[in-house]
Design a binder for this molecule. Structure first.
Ligand SMILES: Cc1ncc(COP(=O)(O)O)c(C=O)c1O
Length: 371
C-alpha cells in the first residue's frame, strides 16, 4: 500500500523543524562536563518549590481542569490582566499552533520576519498555510514597509518575536501599532519578556487583533514541563477555548506554575543574575575581536564570526564549512554546546545562551584555544 499517496502532499514535502538535542545525547558526544548553551534554557533550573509541589501532588490519576481555572487566576495576578484574556498551552509552541488552526484556511498566508523563531513557518505549513518571508534589515530590525507591501487578501497572521530569537532585539510599540493597523492578527511572541521588561500585553484590551504569547520555559526554568500562556482579546480567547484539546495542560505543569508563581522573588533573582551575566558575556565576546556580539534583551547573544578558516585550529577536517560551523563543532568536542543555524543568512553566526559565570569563563577560554 502506498501510504505516501494518502498523506497531505504539502506535509510530505515540508522540511522538518530542527530541534536541539537532549542532554543525554549531547553527553554521548563529549567527554567529561557538558556546558549546555544551545537552548536558551535557564541555567539555575526551576524553583525548589516545584520539586516539593510535584512530589506532594495527590491527583495525578485525575484529568486536569479543562478551563485551567487556578492557573488563569494565578496568571491574572502575575500579569495584572484579566483571566478571561488568558489561555495556557503546552508551551507557547502549542499556542502558536492553536492560533494558526483558528485563523488559517488552506493557502492562507502568514508573515515571517527572518531570521526568527522556526516554529512560525513550521506550524504555518502544518496548518496548510503559506509562509511569506519579509527578512529583517542588516541589524535585524523588522521591515515594516516590506511587510505592508506583501500583504494580500490571504494574509491572516503576522508573527513578531520580541525579543526576537535568535537576534535578541525588541520591536518598538510604534512598530506593533503599525502592524495592528493592517487589520491582520498580530502575534507578539514574548517568550523572553522577563529578561527584557518590554511588553505589549497592556495593548491587548484595546485591540481586537493583538495576541501576546509568553512562556514559563525560560525565566522560570520549566522548559521540560511544557507550559506557556497567551494574552488574547476575549473574543479570540473564547474561540481558542472551544478548539483546544480539553486537557492540553497536564497537572504536573499546572502544579509547577502555581509553585513557581508563589516563589517569584527567587525566580526574579535568577533572572537578574542571567541579565547581569549576559552583559558580562557580551563584554568578553567583544574583546575577542573576531566575534561581533549583537546587543540582546533576552537570555542569549547572537554573534557574527569574522575569522578565516585557516586561523582555526584543526580547520582542515571540514575546510569547506563556514568558520562559524567549524567553531561550533570544535566547541562540541570540548563539551560546550551552542547553536549554529544551517541557513544561508545565519551561515556566519553563532547563538550563545547565557549560562552561569563559570560557563562563560569556560566558553571564553575554549574560544581562545580554537581561534
Ligand atoms: C521566540 C520563542 N517563542 C517560543 C518559544 C517556545 O517556547 P515554549 O517552550 O513555551 O514552547 C521559543 C523557544 O525557544 C522562542 O524562542
Amino acid at each position: 500500500m502506498n501510504i505516501k499517496k494518502l498523506i497531505r502532499p504539502e506535509l510530505a514535502a515540508m522540511k522538518s523543524y530542527t530541534p536541539i538535542e537532549p542532554i543525554e545525547i549531547l553527553g554521548q558526544r563529549a567527554e567529561g562536563r557538558i556546558i549546555k548553551l544551545d537552548g536558551n534554557e535557564n541555567p539555575y533550573g526551576c524553583s525548589p518549590r516545584v520539586y516539593q509541589a510535584l512530589a506532594s501532588y495527590p491527583y495525578y490519576h485525575i484529568y486536569p481542569d479543562p478551563e485551567q481555572r487556578k492557573l488563569r487566576q494565578a496568571l491574572e495576578k502575575y500579569t495584572g490582566l484579566n483571566q478571561e484574556n488568558i489561555i495556557c498551552g503546552g508551551g507557547s509552541d502549542e499556542l502558536i499552533d492553536l492560533t494558526l488552526r483558528l485563523f488559517l484556511q488552506p493557502g492562507d498566508e502568514t508573515i515571517n520576519c527572518s531570521p526568527t523563531f522556526g516554529m512560525y513557518p513550521f506550524s504555518t505549513e502544518v496548518c496548510g498555510g503559506k509562509v511569506v518571508d519579509v527578512p529583517r534589515d542588516k541589524i535585524f530590525v523588522v521591515d515594516l514597509v516590506g511587510i505592508k507591501k506583501v500583504l494580500s487578501e490571504k494574509t491572516k497572521v503576522i508573527f513578531i518575536a520580541s525579543p526576537n530569537n535568535p537576534t535578541g532585539n525588541v520591536i518598538t510599540e510604534q512598530g506593533i501599532l503599525e502592524l495592528i493597523g493592517t487589520g491582520r492578527i498580530v502575534v507578539v511572541d514574548e517568550a523572553y519578556f522577563e529578561f527584557s521588561g518590554v511588553t505589549m500585553a497592556d495593548l491587548v484590551s484595546s485591540y481586537s487583533n493583538l495576541i501576546v504569547l509568553r512562556t514559563f520555559s525560560k525565566w522560570a526554568g520549566l522548559a521540560g514541563l511544557r507550559i506557556g500562556y497567551g494574552i488574547f482579546p476575549v473574543e479570540i480567547a473564547s474561540y481558542l477555548m472551544k478548539i483546544k484539546q480539553p486537557y492540553n495542560v497536564n497537572v504536573a505543569a499546572q502544579a509547577a506554575v502555581l509553585a513557581s508563581l508563589a516563589d517569584i522573588d527567587y525566580l526574579r533573582n535568577n533572572v537578574a543574575k542571567i541579565v547581569a551575566e549576559r552583559e558580562r558575556l557580551f563584554g568578553k565576546l567583544k574583546e575577542l575581536k573576531w566575534l561581533k556580539p549583537y546587543p540582546s534583551s533576552a537570555n542569549f547573544i547572537l554573534c557574527s564570526v569574522h575569522c578565516r578558516s585557516d586561523s582555526l585550529h584543526c580547520h582542515s577536517e571540514r575546510s569547506e564549512e563556514s568558520p562559524a560551523k567549524e567553531i561550533w563543532h570544535q566547541l562540541q568536542k570540548k563539551g560546550i554546546f551552542i547553536r549554529y543555524f544551517d541557513s544561508p543568512r545565519l551561515r556566519d553566526y553563532l547563538r550563545i545562551s547565557v549560562g552561569k559565570p563559570e560557563d562563560t569563563d569556560a566558553l571564553i577560554e575554549a574560544l581562545g584555544e580554537i581561534c
